[in-house]
Design a protein around this ligand. Structure first.
Ligand SMILES: [Zn+2]
Ligand SMILES: [Zn+2]
Length: 379
């Protein structure tokens, strides 16, 4: 069937058509194209189209999905074990003609699609992933560290090896079929719904001697200590993935993964951006004016930075490769040192005298500058 066809067009309806209109259009067209009545070529295809259009447009939920999403929304997922024998809707169309061959085969296809979907529920399931937060000091993150973390997770029961017990017997609830079938009468016919047997989980078999340790679940909550190696250079927002250290799977499914989400605590002296670190160092007026050799903190101890004469406040000096080890490539980041010129808050007598002399000298220098600038016609 071409999936581009419009269900409303197939039934010759407007989009606003009522349920009664959908029903009557379907009855009319189903009679017209039913392969038992119409031997023309293509009538069978046409009949299937009409049936499909009816199944969608007569169901408010499916209709609304179709109106919103078109053909992408349907497929077999919407059907629930359609039965060949229906009540009025179908019997008054097909009644007396016998041989529901076309309809029967389609119903079979739908039923198969439905039951195979059920079967997949009983296959093994992978365990879920777990995530734990881990706080590291600035240095631990910068240099790497080994940590022990405690994780509460679901593990396979060691007593029954995840089987839940010993020995098997046929499930008494579903008689070994793994499914429970229920016929539901609705205004549109009798629908057979199948659900996975809750007692055996669809296996058709239950355990004879249930494991005492896990009460038959095959899995247990357990606390586990895990040692992890944190690589140098890790940062907030990074995570480590430990394969298979998450929750245990069921029915032989593999375990999930454990994610360790990293938080790096701030440092008193350094700020960090990736592998680069930043710090601020105060210097005095005299040091900045005259130039100096400045001791600055680095990750491991101290380094000397040459501050040239006439350095202004907020000037940044770069210390190449003095940052943090890069995590995804070779090498290290840099350290950036910003110098902050400190205005003295308290002066002793001698300092005061020297500053006054400095002030006098500055005033003289200013006068000289103004005097010369008059001749230059500048400023
Ligand atoms: Zn057990
Ligand atoms: Zn069962």
């Amino acid at each position: 069937m071409t999936k581009t066809q419009d269900y409303y067009k197939i039934l010759g309806l407007r989009k606003e058509a009522s349920l009664d209109e959908v029903k009557s259009a379907y009855k009319k067209l189903a009679k017209k194209y039913h392969p038992d009545l119409n031997k023309e070529q293509g009538s069978e295809e046409k009949f299937k189209e009409v049936l499909e259009a009816y199944q969608i447009l007569s169901d408010p939920q499916k209709k609304s999905n179709y109106d919103q999403f078109g053909h992408a929304s349907e497929g077999f997922s919407g059907f629930q074990g359609f039965e060949g024998q229906q009540d009025f809707d179908f019997s008054d169309i097909f009644g007396g003609f016998g041989g529901f061959s076309e309809f029967g085969s389609m119903a079979d296809t739908l039923r198969q699609a439905f039951s195979s979907r059920n079967r997949t529920r009983n296959t093994s399931l992978r365990g879920t992933d777990l995530a734990v937060d881990l706080s590291l000091s600035f240095e631990e993150a910068a240099f790497g560290v080994e940590k022990n973390i405690s994780v509460t997770r679901i593990e396979e029961c060691s007593a029954c090896k995840g089987k839940g017990g010993k020995g098997e017997e046929t499930c008494v609830k579903c008689n070994g079929s793994g499914v429970l079938t229920e016929n539901r009468r609705t205004p549109f016919g009798i629908f057979r719904t199948q659900t996975t047997c809750p007692k055996c989980g669809g296996n058709g078999k239950t355990i004879k001697n249930i494991c005492k340790k896990c009460s038959g679940a095959g899995r247990l909550k357990a606390k586990k200590n895990i040692k992890i190696k944190i690589p140098a250079g890790i940062d907030s927002g990074n995570h480590l993935r430990m394969e298979g250290e998450g929750n245990a799977g069921s029915n032989g499914g593999q375990s999930g993964d454990l994610f360790i989400v990293i938080f790096v605590e701030p440092h008193k002296l350094f700020k960090r951006d990736g592998a680069d670190i930043f710090t601020e160092v105060p210097i005095s007026f005299a040091e900045s004016a005259l130039g100096t050799k400045l001791e600055v903190p680095i990750l491991k101890g101290e380094a000397t930075v040459k501050i040239p004469a006439g350095t202004q406040t907020d000037t940044i000096f770069r210390l190449s490769e003095k940052g943090i080890k890069k995590i995804s490539e070779k090498g290290y980041g840099d350290e950036y040192v910003k110098v902050i010129i400190q205005t003295p808050k308290k002066l002793n007598k001698k300092q005061k005298k020297l500053f006054k002399e400095l002030e006098k000298e500055e005033k003289l220098a200013k006068k000289r500058k103004n005097f010369f600038s008059k001749f230059r016609h500048s400023d």
